[in-house]
Design a protein around this ligand. Structure first.
Ligand SMILES: Cc1ncc(COP(=O)(O)OP(=O)(O)O)c(N)n1
Ligand SMILES: Cc1ncsc1CCOP(=O)(O)O
Ligand SMILES: [Mg+2]
Length: 230
């Protein structure tokens, strides 16, 4: 038995900590920023968060340096803190440390998760890209990751991708390991059911929310419905 109610667990900003308490919540939304944003983006993020529960927000900006990302991050991190959304920095352990982010997402070329843990300490969530590889996922788990990310499950224009796992990798992972798994890549409310049914703990989504024809609030609301919370 856990000492926490489902509601308390859903509001935990250290979103993957929920699993260490022996409780596997139902699949949740993990929002990824567009690769380029402008000053108005904080308003769009606020709108998106009004659409339904978002467990985590990853700031994934490409083509600008850490100082520029840090400037962009300030209002976004504040908003995430106010709305109990875990704030994750992509790519850079140094930037995650500098900002006091809740987590960092590292690709296979973004640094050693063991080094990241030494620098960031036990409370910061470390997520690792594992493409379509069971081997990489087990390595990430052994290295102390807080979640593993598989993808791209579907075609995407957000990022050039070279791996296309089957949803069954999610079922394999969740059957064997408590560590949460994230499904990423071209995920939409329409194509999400096989990922949810296979056992994804989080759906990481960019384009389907930010490019939703009725705006990001409608995008998040559509995922809330697909996740059974709408
Ligand atoms: C949740 C999540 N999964 C995968 C990625 C991809 O990370 P990476 O392979 O380092 O590629 P870039 O995102 O840095 O282009 C991610 N960012 N988030
Ligand atoms: C960051 C990332 N990693 C693998 S695919 C991908 C892109 C996710 O964005 P979208 O949801 O628009 O496909
Ligand atoms: Mg990366």
């Amino acid at each position: 038995m856990t000492d926490f109610t489902d509601e308390e667990l859903a509001l935990d900003p250290h979103f993957a900590d929920q699993f260490e308490r022996g409780f596997r919540p139902s699949c949740q939304l993990y929002l990824i920023s567009p690769p380029v944003i402008d000053d108005g983006f904080v308003g769009q993020l606020a709108e998106a968060l009004d659409g339904g529960r978002v467990a985590a927000f990853q700031l994934r900006l490409k083509g600008i340096d850490d100082d520029a990302i840090a400037r962009a991050a300030e209002p976004l991190q504040k908003l995430c803190a106010e709305r109990e959304v875990a704030f994750i920095i992509n790519d850079s352990v140094a930037l995650a440390q500098r900002l006091g982010a809740d987590g960092v997402h590292l690709g296979q070329g973004d640094g050693d998760p063991r080094e990241a843990r030494k620098i960031l300490g036990p409370k910061v969530q470390i997520g690792i890209t594992c493409h379509d590889s069971r081997h990489l996922a087990m390595e990430a788990g052994e290295a102390g990751a807080d979640y593993v990310a598989f993808g791209a499950f579907y075609p995407t224009t957000t990022k050039e991708t070279h791996h296309r796992p089957e949803p069954s990798i999610l079922g394999w992972w969740t059957t064997l390991f408590e560590l949460p798994c994230v499904a990423v890549g071209g995920v939409t409310p329409e194509n999400a059911p096989p990922l949810i049914e296979a056992g994804a703990d989080f759906l990481a989504v960019c384009g389907a929310v930010w490019n939703h024809p009725d705006g990001p609030k409608a995008g998040v609301a559509a995922f809330a419905k697909a996740l059974g919370a709408g």
